[in-house]
Design a protein around this ligand. Structure first.
Ligand SMILES: CSCCC(=O)/C(O)=C/O
Ligand code: FE2
Length: 187
């Protein structure tokens, strides 16, 4: 099961776990309520025939998909890209990633700006709402391969914090204040 925890304040290697002592884990409902970040476990190996994945794609109209591999060998401008991924940013669209191989960490902040770390491994589908600040890092294994989904023509542009005047950020804050609505997956 995906693990989510509060990070310590150490500025040692970002690829380490950064657990507090003792560790402070967070459940997925809490993560959703404070951030709108959604999580699904996709167990099947045959993705084109995976019922849950197909339902999610259909209901949310994810009509674009590709794959990204983050490793020194496969990612062009590796150091620069990883630096950008780990700079706190938002996007004007959802960030949807399904981990195929390897692992890494997505980080978001809570309401008091404390960092929360989400460890993703194969089968983990994570959806970060548009307008939600976040960052990503590889872990100490330095490798992840993930599917990326999108509605329409993909736009990967990160907007670094502060981007509080952007329309997507204002809409996000509105959803946070109203309370995020669960988008049920209908069979
Ligand atoms: C696991 S995919 C690499 C990270 C990424 O694509 C992104 O946009 C991070 O914010
Ligand atoms: Fe991002």
């Amino acid at each position: 099961m995906v693990q989510v925890w509060y990070m310590d304040d150490s500025d040692s290697d970002q690829r380490e776990e950064h657990h507090r002592q003792p560790p402070e884990f967070i459940d997925l409902d809490t993560l959703f309520n404070i951030s709108g970040v959604e999580y699904f476990k996709i167990n099947g190996k045959d993705l084109s025939n995976d019922d849950l994945l197909n339902k999610i794609k259909r209901e949310r109209n994810y009509n674009y998909e590709d794959e990204i591999t983050c490793s020194k060998e496969c990612l062009q401008n590796y150091d620069e890209k990883l630096k950008n991924f780990y700079t706190e940013h938002l996007h004007t669209d959802e960030e949807i990633r399904l981990v195929m191989e390897g692992s890494g960490y997505f980080d978001v902040r809570d309401k008091t700006d404390k960092w929360i770390r989400i460890k993703v491994v194969p089968g983990d589908l994570i959806i970060i709402p548009k307008g939600r600040y976040h960052r990503f890092t590889l872990d100490v294994n330095n490798y992840i391969k993930a599917k990326r989904y999108f509605v329409g023509e993909p736009v990967w542009t990160p907007h670094n914090r502060p981007a509080d005047d952007m329309e997507c950020r204002k809409e996000y804050i509105e959803s946070l204040q109203q309370g995020f609505k669960c988008r049920s997956i209908v069979a």
